[in-house]
Design a protein around this ligand. Structure first.
Ligand SMILES: Cc1cc2nc3c(=O)[nH]c(=O)nc-3n(C[C@H](O)[C@H](O)[C@H](O)COP(=O)(O)OP(=O)(O)OC[C@H]3O[C@@H](n4cnc5c(N)ncnc54)[C@H](O)[C@@H]3O)c2cc1C
Length: 546
């Protein structure tokens, strides 16, 4: 996918932030959240190409859009999540809804529909989930039957129900997954089509500014030209094909909302005086409630950016990387938001402070676009194949590269990352030898450890660069300290949880003990406290009390 230049991207980001500053104060968000109300005017401005035109990012320039690349879309998604995750979801639903067209549409379909989306500021919804088909879309029940006239196929009649559809009650256009005689397909359904009826706006735990509704389709007729790609049976492949970058978008939501919570906590901690001094000076507070979250979020950022850049340079798929990015950023963001409430004490538990709402909102990022558990399974499956194909060398080769990096730059945590990767290789090999992956729980745990070890590797590589990406708000000293903290944590987790996993479901072995190398992992923890102190200082300098 082509990318925007940095000036245009930053102009778009600045306009979005300025708009939010002027038009979306917290009081308004709070009011809409309590009223469970979709902010129609704000979304109209977001979609208005003469104002913000954020939806144009997903539309190639030949159809009137701005041809945003994955990196551009990640930056915008992160910025939207800082504002409000419900509003972000209402924009994301159009991105997602446009995807089947971008990936599988014929030239004529793209010209017709993408041009309309761009020019008419159409709001789109992506309708895959059904009451009985969530994580497992193979269970799809919505049917698209052939309509034949004079012996010719003229269209389809779609019948079925969709569940939890973002923008479901407010969209102009819907991309609907349905089972045709030739297999699952995406169809374009317009709001005014006969037999189509959106349900009520759901009363949700969070993202209450995002309209979520069920859809009922009762024999809705769509002309055959509305079958995306005009060939039946490609729907699930088209959905799979974009998981790499759609999951990067939701990863950016976890990152943006998680960082919003951490930033609020850092600023608050400098004003709140307890036991004779600001909370920001108390290690027991910062090193538990703030520093680990900032570190994990920046590790996720490094991984998101690497995946986005790889996609933008033409690599296809990257489904495992998309899953690692989303899993890590959203789980870290969710935990960060939980601790941000704790960091505010009783105030955090009230609706007067945004952290309470961020916590409710961010939970959805661990559910939609692949639940965390489904992602653990996806990550395991992807990398297990690599482990087998390389006869166990996938992670030990990566560890060798980290050792080389440590030789060139001992300040980025590459040595601890190498320990994490070697421990992971040993644990995976032991799981293979003892056939432990017959336990589903072992496979999910491996997914978690893979994510941690890979993040440590990418973070160390990125922290060693001469120049950081425009999104990094810390200097070299701060970012490298964060990378070291993350790598130590990854090494300790991979070694100790990996050992526990094998010992709990099978037997220990000399090869496992040597591979996990607990002595070295323990030695690598040296310096942790000093680095956490440094990160706490950098956070205070970057996010001053207002
Ligand atoms: C607010 C909101 C907005 C949404 N927006 C959209 C949208 O715009 N378009 C759309 O199509 N969908 C949308 N969804 C649906 C969302 O993608 C699904 O809710 C999600 O995929 C999970 O499916 P499910 O709810 O059926 O849960 P289930 O699949 O039933 O999962 C329930 C639990 O079981 C776990 N689980 C599932 N399978 C397995 C397994 N094989 N092994 C072990 N554990 C498993 C899951 O991790 C989860 O913890 C939205 C949902 C919500 C709540």
């Amino acid at each position: 996918m082509p990318s925007m230049d940095a000036i245009s991207r930053n102009l778009m980001l600045d306009s979005l932030r300025d708009y939010a500053k002027k038009n979306i104060p917290y009081d308004l968000i709070r009011e809409k959240d309590q009223a469970n109300e979709f902010p129609e005017k704000i979304l109209k401005d977001m979609y208005d190409h003469s104002k913000l035109g954020v939806h144009l990012l997903m539309v190639p320039s030949e159809y009137g859009g701005v041809s945003g690349g994955t990196y551009d879309i990640y930056r915008i998604c992160e910025a939207l999540a800082h504002i409000d995750l419900g509003i972000a979801t209402a924009v994301f639903a159009t991105f997602l809804g446009t995807d089947p067209l971008n990936v599988g549409g014929t030239e004529d379909q793209k010209k017709k529909w993408l041009e309309r989306i761009a020019k008419e500021n159409l709001m789109v919804a992506y309708a895959a989930t059904e009451p009985d088909a969530g994580s497992d879309l193979v269970n799809l029940r919505t049917r698209a039957e052939h309509v034949i006239k004079n012996g010719q196929l003229v269209g389809y009649r779609i019948t079925g129900n969709k569940q939890w559809i973002s923008n479901g009650g407010v969209a102009d256009l819907y991309t609907v997954l349905a089972l045709a005689p030739g297999g699952p397909c995406w169809f374009l359904v317009e709001r005014n089509m006969e037999g189509f009826a959106p349900g009520k706006h759901e009363d949700k735990h969070g993202i209450r500014l995002s309209n979520t509704a069920a859809l009922s389709l009762d024999g809705v007729f769509v002309p055959k030209e509305n079958l995306i790609g005009e060939v039946e049976g490609r729907g699930l492949l088209q959905a799979q094909a974009v998981f790499g970058y759609t999951r990067v978008m939701v990863a950016a939501f976890g990152l943006g909302a998680g960082w919003e919570a951490v930033e609020q906590a850092v600023r608050y901690s400098q004003q709140r005086i307890q036991a004779g001094g600001p909370l920001s000076d108390k290690q027991g507070y910062t090193h538990k409630l703030i520093v680990p979250h900032a570190v994990r979020l920046e590790a996720a950022r490094a991984y998101i950016e690497e995946t986005a850049n790889r996609l933008d340079s033409g690599e296809h798929g990257l489904q495992t990387e998309g899953a690692i990015a989303k899993y890590s950023a959203t789980e870290s963001g969710n935990r960060a938001a939980d601790d941000a409430i704790q960091a505010f004490g009783g105030y955090g538990y009230t609706r007067d402070f945004p952290v309470e709402k961020i916590k409710r909102d961010i939970k959805i990022t661990c559910i939609y676009e692949g639940t965390s558990e489904v992602l653990e399974m996806t990550i395991y499956r992807g990398r297990w194949q690599e482990h087998l194909k390389t006869r166990g060398c996938y992670y030990s080769d990566m560890a060798d590269k980290m050792d080389e990096l440590h030789g060139r730059n001992p300040a980025v945590g590459a040595k601890a990352s190498a320990l994490a990767l070697r421990a992971l290789a040993a644990v995976m090999e032991e799981c293979r030898a003892q056939k432990l992956t017959r336990h589903q729980s072992v496979t999910f745990s491996l997914g978690r450890l893979i994510a941690a070890a890979e993040l440590s590797c990418v973070f160390a590589k990125t922290a060693a660069k001469d120049k950081y990406s425009e999104s990094v708000r810390f200097d070299t000293q701060g970012w490298q300290a964060m990378s070291r903290v993350f790598a130590r944590e990854a090494a300790l987790r991979t070694a100790s949880e990996g050992l526990a996993l094998v010992l709990g479901s099978g037997e220990g072995s000399a090869a496992l003990s040597a591979g996990v190398n607990m002595d070295e992992v323990q030695a690598a923890q040296k310096g942790m406290m000093e680095d956490m102190d440094l990160v706490a200082v950098k956070l205070k300098q970057t996010f001053k009390a207002r």
